[in-house]
Design a binder for this molecule. Structure first.
Ligand code: NAP
Length: 485
């Protein structure tokens, strides 16, 4: 891999501060989705290695949970600095293994690093409470303590940021972590582990185990020493992990699939709405959980919006993410290509018009054309499920009430967007959208300073912001008696 510091590229797992292979020596090949070339291998671990990592995390927890907040804060600050010092190399790793354009990967590393900075600060603000006594000689104290060993499972679409969003708050409050990265993108996780060591995070506090998801996941979700599971990925897998965690009553955080509506009212600034929709749809080739999946445009401006949006979408430059001009990289897999094609085919068969794109790209491989569909209706597959590809369906609506009903008519509730210049409507619609996050006159909502997360079948819990530590803490109430002389 073409990076300046070759130490960042690890072909091994990181358990208890050591770089290790799978017990049986087996490995999996990792390929670049832009050209199918092999980048390297990683250990194909299973239950045994997961157990070793949990044991290491449990031992490390005994010490790490007792460290003072300033010490935890300081190593996280170091990690923030190191991520930015190595930003370009880390970004190149993401682009090699995940395919996204280098500029987007640079942005992802800045975003990932920001969680280490943010939670280095929050480490010092894990406040409790003193509550008036319910009897004269009593006082009630509330303290917050780290929950324990955390099992963490992450997806391929933001291999650095999704991991940082979990391990930063966990480590900040005194937890220790066993992480299993997605099989497509393990090198961002192992690079983070390498930097964590340089930052001064002690052995066993952060472990990375690559390999068999079901075996590792099953150990994590059933082991009594793992007190919490934090998962980002599909709703189907999230539900399965929630069930598996039930027998040991673990605290579970889930960041799951989305099906974001993007609503453009007739009083919106049209140019802003077009640009916002473009970024919300085509970022990471449409493979983000907060992607605009259903674009609803009020009928009076439907043709105008569709024309402008299609023009800009058709100009997006598709190519290898390492090329400077690239604005849209490859998709992650053949399955992703099939899903995008299936959504286009279904919509076409049910009467939609392909305004641009609609096919695998002439570059071949895993490249798909930026696609716009008009005349789309609610019966089409694309109206009902997450596409996770660069296909933008544009629906028409007449009234506020109608569009709210249609936007909310989904089991998902992650992100929603709308554009309007009406103050009352801004407030009204924000309140009535059944989503965990709302972008009002913007197509970009992610920041470490705000609570990221969904409702309904899009998840449980929040990541980032002052609320981001709550999922890694237990609350304890102490009833203090004997105050009276
Ligand atoms: P996925 O198939 O659910 O996989 C996510 C992770 O879970 C991978 O590491 C995967 O490993 C692992 N996994 C799968 N089955 C497992 C099992 N039985 N036990 C333990 N681990 C298991 O999702 P994906 O395709 O990678 O990611 C795309 C999905 O993530 C989309 O639905 C997207 O919306 C969602 N997402 C949500 C957020 C959010 O913040 N809400 C952010 C990003 C992505 P294997 O691949 O080896 O099975």
């Amino acid at each position: 891999m073409d990076i300046k510091n070759s130490e960042l590229f690890k072909n091994q797992c990181y358990i208890n501060g050591s770089w290790v292979n799978a017990d049986d020596g087996s490995t999996s090949n990792i390929v670049n989705p832009a050209n199918s070339k092999q980048l390297g291998t990683v250990p194909n671990c299973g239950s045994n290695e997961a157990l070793k990592a949990i044991k290491a995390a449990k031992e490390a927890y005994k010490v790490w949970s007792k460290t003072d907040a300033k010490q935890r804060s300081s190593v996280l600050k170091n990690l923030h600095r190191l991520m930015l010092e190595h930003q370009e190399d880390l970004a190149r790793i993401i682009t090699h293994e995940g395919g996204k354009p280098l500029s987007e990967s640079m942005g992802e590393i800045a975003y990932a690093a920001s969680f280490f900075e943010w939670f280095s600060e929050e480490a010092k603000r894990v406040y409790g409470d003193v509550i008036p006594g319910h009897q004269q000689d009593r006082r009630t104290l509330v303290i917050k303590q780290p929950i324990g060993v955390v099992g963490c499972i992450t997806p391929w679409n933001f291999p650095s940021a999704m991991l940082a969003r979990k391990i930063a708050p966990a480590i900040a409050v005194g937890c220790t972590v066993v992480a299993k990265p997605a099989p497509e993108t393990p090198y961002s996780a192992t690079a983070m582990a390498y930097l964590s060591e340089l930052a001064g995070i002690p052995k066993g506090v952060f472990n990375v185990v690559t390999g068999d998801a079901e075996k590792i996941g099953s150990v994590m979700t059933t082991h009594k020493e793992v007190k919490k599971i934090t998962f980002t990925g599909s709703t189907a897998v999230g539900k399965q992990l929630l069930k598996q965690s039930a027998d040991t009553v673990k605290k579970v955080s889930l960041e799951l699939g989305g099906h974001a509506p993007f609503i453009v009212f007739e009083d919106a600034n049209l140019e802003d709405a077009v640009d916002g929709a473009l970024i919300a749809k085509y970022r990471n080739s449409g493979q983000t959980c907060v992607c605009a999946n259903r674009i609803y445009v009020q009928s009076s401006i439907y043709d105008d919006f569709s024309k402008r949006f299609t023009e800009k979408a058709s100009q997006l430059v598709v190519g290898d993410g390492l090329a400077e001009s690239t604005q849209q990289g490859p998709l992650i897999s053949e399955d992703a290509m099939k899903k995008a094609s299936a959504h286009v085919e279904d919509a076409k068969n049910k009467g939609a018009t392909i305004a641009t794109g609609g096919n695998p790209h002439s570059l071949g491989g895993l490249f798909f054309e930026p696609t716009v569909l008009t005349g789309v209706s609610d019966e089409m597959l694309i109206a009902q499920e997450e596409t996770f590809g660069p296909v933008a369906p544009i629906f028409s609506f007449d009234s506020e009430k109608e569009v709210l009903e249609r936007a909310n008519n989904t089991p998902y509730g992650l992100a929603a967007y709308f554009y309007t210049s009406d103050l009352g409507k801004s407030w009204r619609v924000s309140e009535q959208l059944d989503y965990g996050m709302v972008g009002l006159n913007t197509g970009i909502i992610s920041t470490e300073m705000a609570p990221f997360g969904g409702i309904k079948e899009s998840g449980i819990g929040r990541e980032g912001s002052k609320y981001g530590v709550d999922d890694y803490l237990e609350m304890k109430y102490i009833s203090l008696a004997g105050i009276e002389e």
